[in-house]
Design a protein around this ligand. Structure first.
Ligand code: PLZ
Length: 445
């Protein structure tokens, strides 16, 4: 039993070499011969070990993680519950393929998903390996269950890198460029983006619905797929009322409302799911990332009558719902409950928002601060305008990296800096990270 790890990873940020250090640089040289150049690294320091919110690199630097591996390690690194569950499962068995000979943990994960996702209706789930795979399967099920083909997606959306999910994703570079042809029957409409469109939720929903009705036709639409708070697209939070209005329109028109909660789900926003904030009940929810504490696991959870409309054998995959990933998910969900990480996400949201608002008073470069819970971002603009300022975002991220802090950029124009700290980050660590970020903004300003 692991109760605590040897304290080889400190609890503080500590930079002992230039970054990346010599060992990381050597590894980075070595990778060039064998790793496809199509994969980049935002910050090429090579990691040896991690604990809580700190990553220890091969050169002995302790890096403060404000990205959680893109919203994955929400419960932090080296969590004893996950280590124990995974270790015991590895010793018991690592794989049988659920489609061949099943096991209990798969059912338990689906029971948890039925309980935690919004709505008290009967729900069933199917488990997969990655977020993109979950989104693809949600669309498959919605098309089969409705007998319709069109899928509605939004400006700035991100749903993955497979062929169908590239088509669902909005941004060309780097995700789609020259990778076509893309899957047909995907229609993109305007997102509610209060900072840029100034519309109320009701107005933005009316605009989207009118676009759908005039260019696609409600009766042709299988599914409306939306990130309740957009991730890669720039942490765009739709105006209050937008999601409820779309949800009502979908149920009035027999359209499946799919909430892609892959980045926004599992405590990240201070609710189990971002749609909970306005009481929206999707017909289907896709989850991944934070669900399994760093193990690859994704899910589609939906109304039983939709999910069960699929013929026997119509859903599956060799590894989906792998037993090691399944027990990691159970341990992760338990940790979220036991440590009240919902409450902690809200506290983090207050601390981060207050710090960013203070910073905004010093510089006209921060056009907007938005997000919810531990999913907060600032959108950078040319001072006095709303023109996206991607160069500033890049310089700020670089400064943070040079000082041992991981911060991630996002946004269709690359001008948004998002913070996705592990929810177990301490107040001291968070204050330290925010002070580096403030120095970074001032240095660029
Ligand atoms: N839906 C909302 O955020 C993944 C992508 C990183 P996968 N976001 C990180 C990159 O550049 O590839 C994501 C998401 C939302 C779907 C996905 C896709 O999840 O597990 O990366 O396939």
């Amino acid at each position: 039993m692991v109760t605590s790890l040897e304290p080889v990873v400190g609890t503080e940020r500590k930079v002992v070499t230039e970054l990346p250090g010599p060992k990381s640089r050597a590894l980075h040289e070595r990778r060039k011969a064998v790793v496809s150049a199509g994969l980049t690294n935002g910050f090429p320091i090579y990691i040896e070990r991690a604990d809580g919110a700190i990553l220890l690199d091969v050169d002995g630097n302790q890096i403060l993680d404000l990205g959680s591996g893109i919203a994955v390690t929400s419960i932090g690194h080296a969590v004893p519950e996950v280590i124990n569950a995974v270790s015991a499962q590895v010793a018991a068995f690592t794989h049988t393929c659920f489609m061949v000979t099943p096991y209990e943990s798969y059912i338990e994960v689906c029971e948890e998903l039925a309980k935690l996702t919004p709505g008290t209706h009967a729900k069933t789930s199917a488990l997969f390996n990655s977020g993109a795979e979950a989104v693809e399967n949600a669309v498959k099920v919605a098309r089969l269950a409705t007998g319709r083909q069109a899928v509605i997606v939004f400006d700035h959306a991100y749903h993955g890198r497979t062929n169908l999910t590239m088509a669902l994703t909005a941004k060309n570079m780097p995700y789609k460029d020259r990778f076509g042809p893309f899957a047909p029957e995907i229609y993109r409409v305007a997102m509610s983006y209060p900072f840029r469109d100034g519309l109320s939720g009701a107005e933005a929903a009316a605009r989207a619905i009118s676009e759908i009705e005039t260019t696609v036709g409600a009766h042709n639409v299988a599914a409306l797929l939306i990130e309740p708070i957009q991730g890669e697209g720039g942490f765009v939070v739709p105006a209050e009322g937008f999601l409820p209005a779309l949800s009502k329109w979908t149920s009035d028109n027999g359209v499946v409302f799919i909430a892609d909660e892959i980045q926004s789900g599992f405590c990240r926003t201070g609710d189990w799911f971002a749609v909970d904030h306005e009481g929206v009940i999707p017909d289907m929810v896709t989850t991944a990332k934070g669900l399994a504490g760093g193990m690859p696991l994704a899910a589609v959870t939906g109304r039983a009558e939709l999910m069960n409309a699929v013929h026997e054998g119509g859903l599956g995959g060799t590894y989906g719902g792998n037993p090691v990933a399944a027990v990691a998910a159970l341990a992760t969900i338990k940790t979220m409950r036991d440590r009240d990480l919902l409450g902690r996400a809200r506290e983090i949201g207050q601390i981060v928002t207050t710090a960013l608002r203070d910073l905004q008073r010093d510089t006209a470069m921060i056009g907007d601060i938005r997000g919810r819970g531990a999913m907060i971002a600032m959108e950078l603009v040319e001072p006095g305008t709303t023109t996206p300022n991607a160069a500033a975002a890049k310089a700020i991220v670089n400064y943070c990296n040079q000082h041992g802090v991981i911060a991630l950029a996002c946004g269709t124009s690359g001008n948004v800096i998002r913070l996705l700290p592990p929810l177990v980050i301490t107040n001291e660590q968070l204050a330290d990270g925010l002070s580096v970020l403030a120095d970074a903004v001032r240095s660029v300003h």
